[in-house]
Design a protein around this ligand. Structure first.
Ligand code: AMP
Length: 190
């Protein structure tokens, strides 16, 4: 494989978190999930968590000045030298451009953007199933789910066109069992 500096990309409910948990064991790199970082801050009622809450609760993106500072700080930690699995960032073309700036200032090169592709129907089915299992607030309300899907389409999906010409984008069929999808990702990284 080229290296271990990886972005995991895909719509909400694509299975990014599930695959990330398996991939970090395989790659031995830190899992950097912006959604998890926001939820952790929310649970601990930090200033950052309080600011993020109003956006998360309606399925909108947390503003870039908050998100990018948080990611830049995390990527400057020493454990990132071994590589990283970024999950849920970038989520817009401006964030992708910012990530390039952050990484180049750290002399780090992005090796892969793994795009887990699933249909809208599959996304809806998975999110409502997850709501029953994990009880995440933003999985419960159909209007919030729709807003997250719309946000993905309008703001996040254009990232794929940002990365495609850079030849680091890998499309993975995200339909199948957890194990099947994991095998596809591992194969693509080889
Ligand atoms: P996730 O767990 O990745 O689905 O993220 C949950 C929520 O956190 C999203 O719906 C957003 O409100 C917020 N969030 C996570 N990552 C980002 C990001 N890169 N930019 C802006 N908001 C984000």
């Amino acid at each position: 494989m080229k290296g271990k500096n990886i972005v995991l990309f895909g719509p909400p409910g694509a299975g990014k978190g599930t695959q990330a948990a398996k991939l970090i064991g395989f790659l031995q790199v830190p899992h950097i999930s912006t959604g998890d970082m926001f939820r952790h801050n929310l649970k601990n009622q930090t200033e950052l968590g309080k600011k993020a809450q109003e956006y998360m609760s309606r399925g909108a993106l947390v503003p870039d000045e908050i998100t990018i500072a948080m990611v830049a700080d995390r990527l400057s930690q020493p454990d990132v030298k071994e590589g990283f699995l970024l999950d849920g960032f970038p989520r817009s073309t401006p964030q992708a451009a910012e990530l390039d700036n952050i990484l180049s200032s750290l002399s780090i090169q992005l090796d892969y953007v793994i795009n887990i592709a699933v249909s809208d129907e599959e996304v809806r089915a998975r999110l409502s199933k997850r709501a029953e299992i994990e009880g995440r607030a933003d999985d419960r309300d159909p209007a919030v789910i729709q807003n997250r899907i719309d946000t993905y389409k309008s703001q996040s999906e254009p990232c794929l066109e940002y990365y495609r010409p850079k030849n680091i984008l890998v499309d993975i069929n995200g339909t199948g069992t957890i194990e099947e999808i994991f095998e596809r990702i591992k194969k693509a990284l080889q």
